[in-house]
Design a protein. Structure first.
Length: 140
């Protein structure tokens, strides 16, 4: 399966779900025809970045021009407690749990207009070197 087809399945699965989407969940939707590792490799390859997402979203947003539309920016953390620390998987303060967690932090941009939500950007938070690493994590 080529990258564009895999990306289309990822995007459609993400937009169709009203819950948090995981690579394992997307694999389950395809009856494990596509492994969760393929989705993980797609997301970690750098192919899907904010420019690519905006290019796709901009086409849809142009069709949904709405004077009442809003742009939502949200930060999320996908906990990865058992993964080795890296620039991407590191410690972040989670305001929901009120403590630091090890995982991937990302910012998501969402265009909402005329009752339709369109993902418009994503940015992964990285901490070069040992930033974010501590034997006793504290809020950043």
């Amino acid at each position: 399966m080529d990258v564009e087809n895999l990306l289309q399945i990822y995007q459609e699965g993400s937009m169709a779900s009203s819950f948090q989407v995981t690579c394992t969940g997307l694999s389950d939707i395809t009856d494990n025809v596509i492994s969760h590792d393929k989705f993980t490799r797609l997301l970690s390859s750098g192919f899907v970045n904010e420019k690519h997402v905006w290019k796709q979203a901009n086409i849809i947003c142009q069709e949904l021009v709405d004077n009442e539309a809003i742009f939502i920016v949200d930060d999320s953390i996908q906990a990865k407690p058992y993964m080795d620390e890296s620039e991407l998987i590191c410690w972040h303060y989670d305001h929901v749990s009120g403590k630091t967690v090890k995982g991937v932090c990302f910012l998501m941009g969402l265009y909402y207009g005329d009752g339709i939500s369109v993902p418009a950007g994503i940015e992964f938070v990285t901490k070069p070197g040992d930033a974010g690493h501590s034997d006793h994590p504290i809020p950043v």
